[in-house]
Structure formats: structure tokens, C-alpha cells
Design a binder for this molecule. Sequence first.
Ligand code: SF4
Length: 333
Amino acid sequence: MELFQLSRANDVRDAVIAGAASQTAQQGAQVRFLAGGTTLLDLMKLDVEKPARVIDISHLPLDRVETTDEGGVKIGALVRNTDLAMHPLIHEPYAVLSQALLAGASVQLRNMATTGGNLLQRTRCVYFRDTAMPCNKREPGSGCAAMGGFNRMLAILGTSDKCIATNPSDMNVALAALGATIHIQGTKGARSVPIDDFYLLPGDTPERETVLEPGDLVTHVTLPPIPGSRSLYLKLRDRASYEFALASAAVAVNVADGRITRARVALGGVGTKPWHAHEAEAELAGAVPDEASFARAADAALAGAKPQSQNGFKVELSRRCLIHALIQVTQSV
Ligand code: SF4
């Protein structure tokens, strides 16, 4: 691990100013905010992340879950994954989010990992974490070892000829289905970004994963109310715990008079970002909740899939995952 300067922020403003100033003063040197550290410290030990300065934000007052005036929920960026999954405002009302959180990582990691950190979780592409291998995301312009290499776990949606890495988070998939909004404090003030616009597709610049600018700090996430909705997260993986998704589906569905009145759908394990399946939602709106409708929705969601040499199985796996999630969530409606 390379030497770095460590400081502690006393408040949000302090953190943002310190983050932006360090970046400028050190001519673009990397600055990283440290919360739970479950991704950042791993990557620093591997020399994948080499920040010149680390700013500890773990003591900032961003650890509350509360209702919003609109009837939704506000989640502080420092709320731990376990606390969020078990919180009464989340556990049943937003079951899909609770289930996604509890499907991720291990108990020990969930006890440390934060909401903000999980939003910014880096890919598990093996070449990204191996500094001996070419990787456009880690070192722009160096190439992509995964294209002709080990890509069984990687993406089939949203890829480019520069990068095919999957967004590994379960939580982010649930947030995409729920239409979360990400709230950011930057040097020019506060702003809010819908989750669909928060993540960037790799395109020609896979090193840039979100719209965050130097010094930007995610302060909280808000969820809209989902009255009358039943929701569910289904994750398929190589083993039953402590494993990343090969395919997952986050669904929230409203049914009235034998028809789907509103469906929210996102896919995990298959996209370069948490994959909000708008085409599937359009297919389901007004449909009878049966297997034929679900199959049409799944086909629409995967229509743009581009499999790599080892992950063609993900197209059918993801399709079946979504169909099964929709069957389960509508079974007792
Ligand atoms: Fe790097 Fe992306 Fe290629 Fe993996 S898929 S080696 S993260 S450029």
C-alpha cells in the first residue's frame, strides 16, 4: 500500500471543501472519502486505489433513516447495510431493499458497509483488481483483458468495446427498481440526481462510473412512497452466501382488479450499471399477472443483451430469474 495522508472531517461542508481543495492542490491526485472501508481499503491494499489523501467521514451525522414529507424514506449515507435492512421503515415497506441488502456480502461486511459506500461499490472484474493485467477502468487506454479472458461473471447489458464489467451491488438494483434519488453535496451546493442518471455507462471512459465530481459527497438517498406495492429481490449465484449475483431481479408490483397497475423492475449481475428495465415495466403495465406476460416482459428486458465468450448463459438465467421473481411477488396478491 502506498503512503497517504489521513484526515478526519468534522462536518459535511468540511469534508467537501477538504476533498475538492486536496484534489486541486495536488494536481488531480486522488482523494477518497472513507466510511465503512469495505471496498476502499481492499483496493488500496491491492494498489488499485492509490489516493494521496483519505478523508475519514465516518463520524458525520448521516446515519439516520426517517420518513419524508412525501411519505417516502430518507436514508443517510452512513447508515450501515445491516441497520438499513432491519429498520422498521424499510424491512417490510420496502422489502425488496431489505432482501437485497441481506443477500449481499457477509454479516461482518454488512455491519460495516454503508449506504453511500455501497452505491459506489467497484466492480469485481478480476482484471480490475490485478495490477499486472491491462484494464481500461483502472488504467485508461491499457486495454481490456476480460474481452478475450475470464468474463463468465461480467455484463451482457450496457457494455462497450472498452469495458464489460458488472456493477456488483445488490442494494443498487433494489434502489434502481424503487426509483431512488441520490442527494449530493458539492462545492457549488447541494443537488439531487435520480439513480437512473447517477451511473454512467462505460462507453469510451469506463474509469468514470458516476456523475460525481471531485469533492462531491453523497449525503443521503430518498425513496418515493410505494403504496399498495408488493416487492421482492431474487438473487441467483454460484453458492448460497457471500457471493456476487450471476443474475438478480428486483421487482415491486401493484395489482388491482386482476391487472398490473404499476410495475418496477431492475436487473442485477448482468448490467454495467444497476439495470432499470424500463422495457419490462412497459410490457407489464396493464397486463394480466400471468406467466405469459412475465415472459414478454423478460424478453423485452433482455432484448439488447450482448453476451461475451463465457457468459451467454446469463441471457436465459436472467430471463428466468425475472419471470420467477414476478411469479413469486404476484402469487398472493
Ligand atoms: Fe477492466 Fe472493465 Fe475490462 Fe474488467 S471489463 S478488465 S474492469 S476494462
